[in-house]
Design a protein around this ligand. Sequence first.
Ligand SMILES: *Cc1c(COP(=O)(O)O)cnc(C)c1O
Length: 426
Amino acid sequence: MSVLEKLSSKDAIALEEEFGAHNYHPLPVVLNRGEGVFVWDVEGKKYYDFLSAYSAVNQGHCHPKIVNAMVQQAQTLTLTSRAFYNDMLGRFEKYASETFGFDKFLPMNTGAEAVETAIKICRKWAYEKKGVPENKAEIVVCENNFHGRTTTIISFSNDPVARKNFGPYPEGFIKIEYDNLSALEQALKTNKNVAGFLVEPIQGEAGVFVPSEGYLLKAKELCKKYNVLFIADEVQTGIARTGKLLATCGNCSCPDRHCSGTPEVKPDILILGKALSGGAYPISGVLANDVIMEVIRPGSHGSTFGGNPVAAAVGIAALEVVKEEGLAENAHQLGELFREELNKFIPTCSIVKSVRGKGLLNAILINDTEESSTAWDICLALRDNGLLAKPTHGNIIRFAPPLVMNRQQLLDCVDIITKTLEEFDK
Ligand SMILES: *Cc1c(COP(=O)(O)O)cnc(C)c1O
């Protein structure tokens, strides 16, 4: 068999099974093309993508503007490393800083690297600015968090599969309950050496868990009171996914009207990834103001590929698309419509308990146990009916389509989802 011979779904899955490490359990569907809100499998069947590569493809598959920026730059200059300057990185840094309202941007590649970067900046700030004694800095994190897969990050995960047998685990993390302000205040009050509070504005992998109204604002105020950095991991919630440019939207230059009434929850350190490239390229980064970012000096942090010219060109185009196409506003409106339609359906059906989320980051809770295979089975049936989604936990299905969807397509998807759920209603 030649390497480029056309593969059936069965062949492609068999190849991965035999030659790939088994670190994922994908839904059995083999895709080879994407455009906007749609993907196609190798047999030519068309699907609505309701995962968007975990919210990386907010701008839609193969967005022509992003692809064009990537191709143009790839034909010109791809990598210089940071040993030399290139004429693209500064433009991206300026554009990202101005877009999100920070003094400076530090580019990396993957979300986990950006989280690691934020942890390093936060600790260094604690030693050099807050006066925490050497090696004593602590970072407060939340239960059921997901921040990536490095050894440090999984050390403060409480997913046993992600964590077990990867020790020894680094120290310096205090875990508290999510959406619990008194637990946060207690942690900040009793530990003098806390450097930062690392939090997801909505817990995505945990099952799209939206905290109580006002939680983030009050958490930020507590951080300020105890001189602790408020670090928002917006790798999944950022870039218009939740109906605003950022879920913590503060005084960024967000053009969306839903931002104006939002209280100031501007993080001290903002972590972005995924849709920062629209899914075309691995781009992540950390934003902070000078008083914090200035602790990073030559040699203290880096990445060969971080901020390369292709990433810079793609990053600018991807953010431009979000603004030009009003994706935050669209996510807000379609999200309201989605929950409204599902809330009409839920009382008529015993298989779904509830729908929750913000913007186009939503999930349904299946009326079965965490250990059951019902959510997985529903995802298989959704696939057969032309829509791709994936369970987050045993009984939760996340729905996160590309934000370039239109109203008619969303209603079409609601139809597929409700008809499929009815098949499971006993
Ligand atoms: C996906 C994700 C990450 C990790 O990003 P990778 O690019 O997979 O390393 C970190 N934090 C959150 C909230 C995420 O959703």
